[in-house]
Each structure stands twice: as C-alpha cells, then as structure tokens.
Design a protein around this ligand. Structure first.
Ligand code: GLA
Ligand code: ZN
Length: 673
C-alpha cells in the first residue's frame, strides 16, 4: 500500500492549529509573514468555525475562509482543513436540543464550550454531513489543501451519551452483534442478580444504578459508543473521499493513555488515511520524555509502523493541568524531535498565535502574547530550521527492538468496578514496564494480543486482564517458537464478555506460564512485601500478591513475608524453544529492571551499557538511508557510539566514532552506506 502523506509537502511538516477567525483580518498578513520567518509549512484551519461558516441555518459565509486560504497559499503554506463538526452552532441546538449529550446520571450537557454532541442524533448526523459536503465542494481541489482534518479528538470531552436516542441505537447494535436477546443474556451473564431480559426493548445504556451494574453491559456500551463515533468519522471521510479525491483524510488521535481512554485506536488506525496524534506532557513529577516516547511508539504502532504525524503538542506550558510549568529552554525541540525519531513526519503545535480571549488564553503558542522578541518564538524559529534540515528522513520507518502488548478494550474491562484492588492500574503497569525498556535503550512497538509476534525476540505483557482464547494460543505459539515472554499479574483472566475463563486463573495463560493462581491477595494501602531472589537478593513490592502454584515453571523470586510467604513471586517457564516469565506482584522499577534484564538475556537482546542514561537513541531507516537520532535529556554532555560515520543533519558536520551530544541537545546523523 502506498504511504499517504499530506499533499504538496516535500519535507517534514512544521506548523500548528491556526485560528484566523479569532483575529481581525489586518493581523493575518502578519501571521503569514511570521509563519514564513518561522519555517511553517502546514497549518490546521477551521476546526472550530462552523458558527462562522454557517451563521444561520442554511446561510453560508465562506468569504473569510476563502481569503485566509488564498493568503496562505500565496505564501506557500499548506493547509490541513478542518471539518468543524465538533462544535455545531448555537442555532442548531435551539432547533435540536436533543442533540446535546446526556450523562449516565441523566444530566443534559449544555452548549457553550465544545464537543457537546450525541453521536447518535440524526439531526446532528445530517447537519455534519451537510457542512462537510459544502466544504468539500468548495475547497476539495483548493491548491493550498494538503489534507482534511475531520472533527477534533473524538472521545473527548464526552466519551459516551446515555440519552434515549442512544438507547434505541444501542438495542439495534446489540441485535446486530448478538442476533437475539437470549444471546445477550448469555453473554452478559444476566442470571446474576436477576438481570435477565425478555426483550431487547427492555435494555438501556448503563445509566446510574443503585450499585454496580452489569460489567459486560458496561463494556459493550463502550464498544457501542466507540463504534458510533467511528461511524460518524467514516461518514465524513467518505464524503471527503468522494468530493475531494486524492486528498488524505485524518482525525487527530490522543493515544497517550492518560489523555483519552474511550477510543479503541487499533480500530481507528485502519480508518484514517494518515494517523495523526496530539500529545501533551503530563507534568506530574514523572519523567515526561518517557511518557512522550511511549505515546509516540503507540501512535506509530496504531499506524501499523508507517510514518504518522504529530498534529498538536505545546511550545511551552499548557493551561488545563493543575500546575502548568513552562518548558525548559531546549525542551520543546527535544520533544518535537523525539516524536520525529519515533516516526512522526514533522512537528505541529496547538496553536500558531496565542489567543487573547476564551478558555485557552493561557496556553502557550508558537507566537506568544509577547510577540517575536520572546524565547519561545526564537526557539520555534530555530526548530523550524531544524525540521527543514530533516527532510531526508521523510518516509523512513522507526526500527523497533521489542514488543509490548496493549489493548484498549482490555483496559476498559480492567477499569470496571469491583475488582480485587482499586490500586491495580493497568496503565500504571504499562508505564512502569515501558520505562524499564526505555532505560535499557530498547525501542518498543506496541502490538495487539492476536498479532503475529514472531519478529520480536522479547514480548512484554504489562497488564492484559481481558484476553481471548485466540490471544492465549498466539502467545503460547510465540513462546514455543522461541520467543521470550514477560507477563505481569492479573492478565489473561476474562474473555471478551468479562467472563472469567473456565478453570483456574490465569485462564488462557496457564499453559504458557506453566502455573496456576489459586487466590489473589492484594495488599492494603501502603503495605509492602519483601521478595528474595537469586544469590540472596532482596526487593520490595506492593499493591498485589497472589498464591501461585507452579505447574512446570521454576521459581525465581519468592515472597519472604505477607500472606504469600514462601510461595513463588516471579517464575520462569521453558516451553518449546522459548521462555515465559511471570511477575505476580507489583515490582518497582528496580525489581522490574532485574527481571527484564534476565528475560532480555533469555531473548538474546544485548544490554546497551554503552549508552548513557536519559540519552534517547532511536533509528529510522528506508529508501533515503538510515538515520540515528540521539536526544540528550540529561544535564551532562554525552557520547553515543556510531556504527558507521555519517553526516549530522542539524549542524551539517561530519560525525564518526563517538558522536558528541551536548547536554539537552539533539543530533541526527545520516549514516553512510
Ligand atoms: C487539544 C485540542 C486543542 C487544544 C489543546 C490544548 O489537543 O485538540 O484544540 O484545546 O488540546 O492543549
Ligand atoms: Zn445520545
């Protein structure tokens, strides 16, 4: 399949969201002049402008957008044109108040912010199709048009609506999915608490109930809500494909796990022409560059390994976290180029010019309130030049070393109520395992539990509560064929309906791990246990313990205290040509690093002790060559060994032997040959 890239861009993309409608037209000339000065090549326009494009029902005003696009085109700046369907105008809601979404508690959310949409609402669907059609007819072959940007961040701020229209559609979805009410009763286990339904008409969305509702119903509702949003995306996409052929269509994802949990991006990745992502640092005291790398790896994986595009990030602080520190000097460039290292075909920001009004006026931008004589604008301009010099990496692919399994649906199921411990957090485990792999300088592909994994020497399963039998078989075949697997506790427990697999836990993983788990025994808040390991080593763990019964696996670490004292805590199972490790408790990063070091040895993945801590080294390769990215997140100058000499693209200098990467700097070497 040919890779689909923004039309008319020859190098990488550099730019951001551009909202000319927030400014008098006199400002636009200056915008375009400064964009050129900063090296901007692509801007996203019109995302929130429905009310301006259609000020009254059926009355359109495209004049301002015509002028803006023409001005951009005259300056050689390409346009990612938004369909404005994330904010219908106020007049639309007066006519169709039932298009406003309803929460599980029955509260109808009001107009006056953004994203107040019931995706099942027929009037909304018709109006979205209409404005999309008009935009496509008018701009489908505009010379500035590089790609289409449908909607904005599906899934936030409203992840599901619980209104009567949605209830009716949910029933039809159940009928299509299950065929009959009997099949729904069976799948949902409605014999429990007398929840049996006599007819599909009796079924509602999982609205507020006196106590915990049916978990399988809640899980299916998330699937339904996700599928409904996806239908609305594909409806717009198909209009654009028809009226604007050859122009790629995207919608901006938010794959960072903490930023959007309601969208199954594995399914969405197949529907867009080009995967694009928004990423914001979460400044909660943890290492933000690790979370960034993880989001970028996940985005590339959702794109099937193909190049993708970072459509939004911030030049400095955001405004929606409890505390919003500025970025340190150089941090913006490190962030941008780390995304590029991991497959992004450029670096885009929210937004070009910092707003004076509205909810986001304290969010940083490329052109701050302070204008061009600011640190941020200077760094933006420098970054624009750097991005320009990286044009040769375009179309190349990031090389990965190992795989981590991730599944949004499993995450949804894991987060339902009444689990053995509220302290177990699947995302936290994914973060923790990822961080250890990052610190071993391994580049991670994320994979689906049923994907062919045979090309990876090491596969890590941080927390995969929901696993199908097919996924279990897949992992067994992977290990038998010579792979090394590391599985964390509370994985492989339930099937796609949140029903516990038959027999002892962990159902579909018993054979591959060579053990059963007799009981879970989570720890109380703040409680810790000690584990003893090879050579009298000692580590601590918390949150979770369990009673593991080896059935073929050898014990590597043992619980030294707590209710599980004397029982296996970490095990290793030789199966066929491969090895499967099991970690039955929540190890800190030190403990995990020890286990992963042993597993990496089993997998034949060599340690990268030659690379300094917090110096990120990632490679992209393809027809235009092989590129080594070195990003120094540390405060010390570093050296990175090069396998062959090459040319450093940001400085234009030759590089050989050990590449010097000053503290806080980025280097990108095009390796010879
Ligand atoms: C999201 C949205 C943008 C903007 C930024 C602010 O990513 O898509 O419109 O609100 O957040 O960080
Ligand atoms: Zn609804």
């Amino acid at each position: 399949m040919p890779e689909i890239t923004p039309r008319g861009l020859t190098g990488l993309a550099f730019g951001g969201d551009y909202n000319p409608e927030q400014w008098p037209e006199a400002v636009w000339e200056e915008d375009v002049r400064l964009m050129r000065e900063a090296g901007v090549t692509l801007v996203s326009v019109g995302i929130f402008s429905w009310a301006l494009l259609e000020p009254a029902p059926g009355a359109h005003d495209f004049g301002w957008l015509d002028r803006s696009l023409d001005l951009l085109h005259g300056a050689g700046i390409r346009v990612d044109l938004g369909t404005p369907t994330v904010v219908p105008p106020a007049w639309f809601y007066r006519a169709h108040p039932d298009a406003l979404p309803v929460t599980a508690d029955g509260v109808r959310l009001e107009f006056g912010s953004r994203g107040a949409i019931c995706h099942s609402n027929p009037a909304y669907r018709a109006a979205a199709a209409d404005i999309t059609t008009r935009l496509a007819e008018r701009y489908g072959d505009h010379p500035a048009l590089a790609m289409w940007h449908v909607h904005n961040e599906y899934g936030v701020p409203v992840s599901a609506c619980y209104c009567d229209t949605c209830a009716a559609r949910f029933r039809r979805w159940l009928e299509r999915t299950y065929g009959s009410v009997e099949a729904v009763n069976e799948a949902w286990g409605t014999a429990f608490w007398g929840q049996r339904y006599a007819s599909l008409d009796e079924i509602n969305p999982p609205r507020a109930t006196p106590t915990v509702g049916n978990p399988a119903q809640a899980l299916d509702y998330r699937r339904f809500a996700d599928a409904t949003m996806r239908e609305n995306f594909t409806a717009e996409r198909d209009i654009l494909h028809r009226l604007s052929p050859g122009v790629p269509v995207t919608t901006n994802f938010m794959t960072a796990l903490s930023q959007c949990d309601s969208v199954d991006y594995w399914a969405w990745g197949r529907e867009v022409d080009l995967v694009t992502n928004d990423h914001y640092l979460i400044t909660d005291g943890r290492r933000t560059h690790v979370n960034l790398a993880m989001a970028a790896d996940l985005t590339r994986s959702v794109a099937g390994g193909a190049p993708w595009l970072l459509l939004e990030h911030s030049t400095s602080g955001v405004n929606w976290q409890p505390r919003n520190p500025a970025k340190a000097p150089g941090q913006m460039a490190r962030n941008s180029l780390a995304h590029v290292a991991r497959g992004s075909e450029g670096a885009m920001f929210f937004q070009w010019r910092q707003s004076r009004r509205g909810a986001e006026k304290f969010h940083s931008a490329m052109l701050p309130h302070g204008g061009t004589e600011t640190r941020v604008f200077r760094e933006v301009t420098e970054l624009g030049a750097s991005v320009r010099s990286l044009a040769p990496v375009r179309g190349t692919r990031t090389e990965a070393d190992v795989a981590v399994l991730w599944d949004w649906q499993s995450w949804w199921a894991q987060n339902l109520d009444w689990r053995p411990s509220q302290d177990h957090d699947a995302r936290e485990r994914a973060d923790a395992f990822y961080e250890v792999l990052y610190d071993r300088h391994l580049t991670v592909d994320f994979a689906r539990p049923e994907d062919d994994l045979s090309r990876y020497p090491l596969v890590v399963v941080p927390a995969l509560y929901l696993m199908t039998e097919a996924a279990g078989d897949n992992l067994r075949r992977y290990v038998e064929g010579g792979g090394t697997l590391v599985v964390s506790y509370f994985s492989g427990i339930v099937d796609e309906h949140d029903a516990v697999h038959e027999g002892p836990c962990p159902g579909v993983l018993r054979d591959v791990l060579g053990l059963t788990v007799e009981e879970f025994s989570p720890l109380l808040e703040g409680e810790r246990v000690r584990l003893t390991g090879p050579g009298g080593a000692d580590v601590h763990a918390d949150v979770w313990t369990e009673f593991v019964v080896p059935r073929g696996a050898e014990t590597v670490w043992t619980y030294a205290d707590g209710l599980a004292a004397g029982r296996p805590a970490v095990t290793r199972h030789r199966l066929g040509e491969g090895t499967a490790w099991y970690v039955s408790t929540r190890l800190g990063t030190d403990g995990l690093a020890t286990v992963l070091a042993r597993a990496a040895e089993d997998a034949g993945v060599p340690p990268r002790d030659d690379l300094p801590h917090d110096v990120e080294v990632v490679r992209r390769s393809g027809d235009s060559g092989r590129f080594l990215f070195a990003i120094n997140h540390s405060a010390a100058d570093a050296k990175v060994p090069l396998e062959t000499p090459g040319t450093e693209l940001l400085t234009g200098e030759r590089a050989a032997g050990r590449l010097a990467v000053p503290a806080g700097a980025v280097r990108v070497v095009r390796l010879d040959g």
